[in-house]
Design a protein around this ligand. Structure first.
Ligand code: HEC
Ligand code: HEC
Length: 363
């Protein structure tokens, strides 16, 4: 008797489960109205540059965050965006070059993810010009996540977890590559980092209680042109608030890493010889935690980076940027000067960003 009851119970359960998975997702009109999100801002922020065709909503950001952390996005469910973009490393992965699906080693170093809404070009070679375009590239790349977008749409349509989430976030727009990219764009756009010690400083003169004397000397070197005895970093990496170049045309340059290029950078995208060796100028915010450095991860730490800028620039490199070419000599930074610049770079670390629960895995 007992046996019979449990068999009937199991049968009934099986029927319920089956019918559930077949039911179309029913979401009321009210539930399908996504709640608009206003990003937090402090006075140090530049004006937001939000995507006009993709207003931020709670549901859209949450969906994007789940997609970012879910290995379901890769062909064998082994890799998520977060495998190569980890919050504690400013969303890089700590590897020289990243490892994709089936252990394949990529040719480039993972890039940090924050303040992306102000960027006009993406990837080390600038080949994507919008985040919506960018996010679909790693999903499909055979050596990264190797996922067919058509298959991915089918997976989400059949998913009791995701089908209602897409409906809530994008209503009648359904589940398409566009809504997948919009959800990811919303999450990426929400990742804003302007809360480092340097942001408290705001270039006041009463500085020493905000950053150390050494960091202050480093900041001066960073901002001063060579003729005034500075290290002239700001011409490329810019100043407050980004510490990275956000313009469309000026954001990719050759900083003299190589005289012969194994990776042509922008040149491999444009086909122009005059673009060979040009790479995206990274923002230096959170750079303390995003080692190793450069497009190929060649430098393990900031000391090696400073040795390069101090005396290792290849002055005979083709297409070397005018800011270096104009003085055509090594900076010859002293040990103290290199230390000071590194101390300054550490004042760009935003702990509240690196530990913000809003950007952690939702699983
Ligand atoms: C296998 C590792 C890997 C995976 C998985 C991966 N990325 Fe990346 N990501 C990289 C690398 C490496 C680069 C630089 C690639 C290049 O320049 O060619 C990059 C670059 C980016 C950039 C450009 C940042 C900038 O400043 O230009 C964004 C945005 C990004 N990834 C987001 C994502 C998202 C979203 C996903 C998931 C859909 C994802 N990535 C999955 C390794 C990965
Ligand atoms: C001519 C423009 C230019 C100048 C001047 C310049 N940089 Fe750079 N910097 C770049 C470019 C471009 C890259 C990326 C190069 C690559 O990966 O191929 C870079 C990369 C870096 C990185 C590695 C960041 C990462 O995420 O991998 C650091 C750190 C850095 N620069 C610090 C400095 C400092 C400090 C100075 C001043 C001493 C300086 N830069 C001067 C253009 C420049």
């Amino acid at each position: 008797m007992r046996f019979k009851v449990s068999v009937i119970f199991l049968l009934a359960l099986a029927l319920i489960v089956k019918s559930c998975s077949k039911d179309p997702v029913v979401i009321s009109e009210e539930e399908a109205k996504p709640v608009p999100v206003t990003l937090e801002r402090t006075s140090a922020y530049p004006p937001f540059l939000l995507p006009g065709d993709n207003p931020l909503t709670e549901e859209g950001i949450l969906l994007g965050r789940m997609l970012f952390y879910d290995p379901i996005m890769s062909k064998d469910s082994s890799i998520s965006c977060a495998s190569c973009h980890k919050q504690e490393f400013a969303f890089t992965d700590g590897a020289k070059t990243s490892k994709g699906i089936r252990g394949q080693i990529l040719g480039r170093n993972s890039m940090p993810l924050y303040n992306l809404m102000w960027n006009k070009r993406f990837f080390w070679d600038g080949r994507a010009t919008s985040l919506k375009e960018q996010v679909l590239i790693p999903i499909q790349a055979h050596n990264e996540m190797d996922m067919n977008l058509y298959d991915l749409v089918q997976i989400f349509k059949a998913s009791p977890r995701y089908a209602p989430m897409f409906k809530k976030a994008f209503g009648g727009d359904g589940i398409t590559p566009v809504t997948i990219s919009k959800a990811l764009e919303q999450f990426l756009v929400s990742m804003v980092s302007f809360n480092a010690p340097i942001d408290q400083l705001k270039f006041r003169t009463d500085t020493l209680n905000v950053i150390s004397a050494s960091a202050l000397r480093g900041l001066k070197l960073f901002l001063q042109p060579i003729e005034q005895g500075g290290a002239d970093c700001f011409h490329c990496h810019s100043n407050m608030p980004f510490f990275g170049n956000t313009s469309f045309s000026g954001s990719l340059v050759n900083n003299g890493l190589d005289a012969v290029f194994t990776d042509k950078g922008l040149g491999s995208v444009s086909g122009l010889e005059s673009d060979n060796g040009k790479f995206k100028i990274p923002s230096l915010r959170n750079v303390e935690v995003s080692a190793p450095y450069m497009h190929d991860g060649r430098f393990d730490n900031l000391e090696e980076v400073m040795d390069f800028y101090g005396s290792g620039i290849k002055l005979n490199s083709p297409n070397l940027d005018i800011n270096i070419l104009s003085h055509n000599a090594q900076l010859n930074l002293s040990t103290q000067q290199k230390e000071d610049i590194i101390e300054f770079l550490k004042t760009l670390t935003d702990q509240s960003f690196l530990t913000n629960p809003k950007f952690k895995s939702p699983f």
